[in-house]
Design a protein around this ligand. Structure first.
Ligand code: MG
Length: 345
């Protein structure tokens, strides 16, 4: 196979404040694979250092280590894709980089079969995925404007970052602006300790909360918070901890293509989550079009019910996201062969 790494930079239209500081732009690495028949598949590595601690250089290093494996795929009696991924994993087991290979292989498989990736994964598919809008504003007035815009655009769920100041004021403003029907999800990115989380969630809950994502970091801390609050608790960053996904510590678990090592890894994680009785949903870490499309195919095959954090492409300048944009709070799953989207130039 021919393999090539193609970098791309995405610029946020508005810097996004998070518990880790302002995020202004993100760079990703795209991987192009071409088989001997001339079929082409694309994947992407989308590390986000402030979030997952993985630098772009670290990812590039891993992808370069994969090139010899991709150039001369290992022979195997089983699935050639699995053998290639095993070879890459042996060279460098970095999930964000493995995701690029996994996505490109699924895209390639879909191109060869002339079918969308979701149809290769499952029979009964969702054709559209409910998504949330994320409200990044740090002040009440702007948060209220963003919330009423979300409601007007047909979103049924908004996510508000908390643990960044004036949480009570912004939660109240968002609820007032969005109306009683909108599901209100909070994400603290682990900003609290157990006591602070319980206090904050109890204080904010009267506004009506769908769930609180990562109120604290750590399996045990999440379990303690969940035991002490009536609001549903979800795990996000903590899923990177060994044993977290199958721990059953939370009501819901947020899964990400990049962190899971791609589509194959995400499906395996979702099975573990569901085995504990918890609900799985998906989010991007400001992925490019290939990562968003991969997540949509997974969500379609998994028939995910909780709104997913995949309405993020519109946050970037100069990206033609028309095919992956939310309409009335849902994104249509691409129907073309493979991932069904083009890479960034
Ligand atoms: Mg989160």
């Amino acid at each position: 196979m021919l393999a090539r790494i193609q970098p791309a930079v995405l610029t946020l239209a508005t810097p996004l404040p998070t518990a880790f500081g302002n995020v202004h732009e993100r760079a990703i690495l795209q991987l192009r694979l071409e088989d001997s028949q001339g079929n082409v598949g694309w994947g992407e590595a989308a590390p986000l250092e402030p979030y997952d601690g993985v630098t772009l250089e670290r990812c590039r290093h891993a992808l370069e280590a994969y090139l010899p494996v991709l150039g001369t795929p290992p022979r195997s009696g089983g699935s050639p894709g699995a053998a290639i991924l095993d070879g890459c994993r042996a060279a460098d087991p970095l999930p964000q980089a493995l995701a690029a290979v996994d996505l490109a292989l699924w895209d390639l498989a879909g191109q060869r079969a002339g079918r969308p990736v979701a149809a290769l994964l499952a029979d009964e598919l969702l054709s559209e995925i409910p998504v949330n809008m994320t409200i990044g504003a740090e002040d009440r007035a702007t948060a209220a404007v963003q919330a009423s815009r979300a409601a007007a655009q047909g979103f049924r769920c908004v996510k508000l970052k908390v643990g960044i100041g004036d949480d009570a004021g912004r939660v109240a403003a968002v609820r007032a602006a969005a109306g009683p029907e909108l599901a209100l999800r909070l994400d603290a990115n682990g900003a609290w300790d157990v006591e602070a989380a319980v206090r904050a969630i109890d204080a904010l809950a009267p506004a009506g909360l769908e769930l609180v994502e990562e109120p604290v970091h750590g399996i045990d801390a999440l379990r303690q918070v969940r035991r002490r609050v009536a609001t549903r608790v979800a795990m996000d960053e903590t899923t990177a901890e060994p044993g977290a996904i199958a721990s059953g510590a939370t009501d819901a678990v947020c899964l990400k293509i990049s962190r899971a090592g791609g589509i194959s890894g995400l499906l395996a994680q979702a099975a573990l989550v569901r085995a504990t009785g918890a609900e799985a949903y998906l989010a991007s870490t400001f992925d490019g079009p290939l990562g968003i499309a991969a997540a949509l195919h997974c969500a379609a095959a998994l028939r995910v019910e909780l709104p997913c954090g995949l309405a993020t492409l519109g946050m970037f300048l100069g990206v033609d996201s028309s095919r992956l944009s939310p309409v009335e709070g849902v994104i249509a799953v691409p129907t073309g062969p493979g991932l069904g989207v083009s890479p960034l130039p």
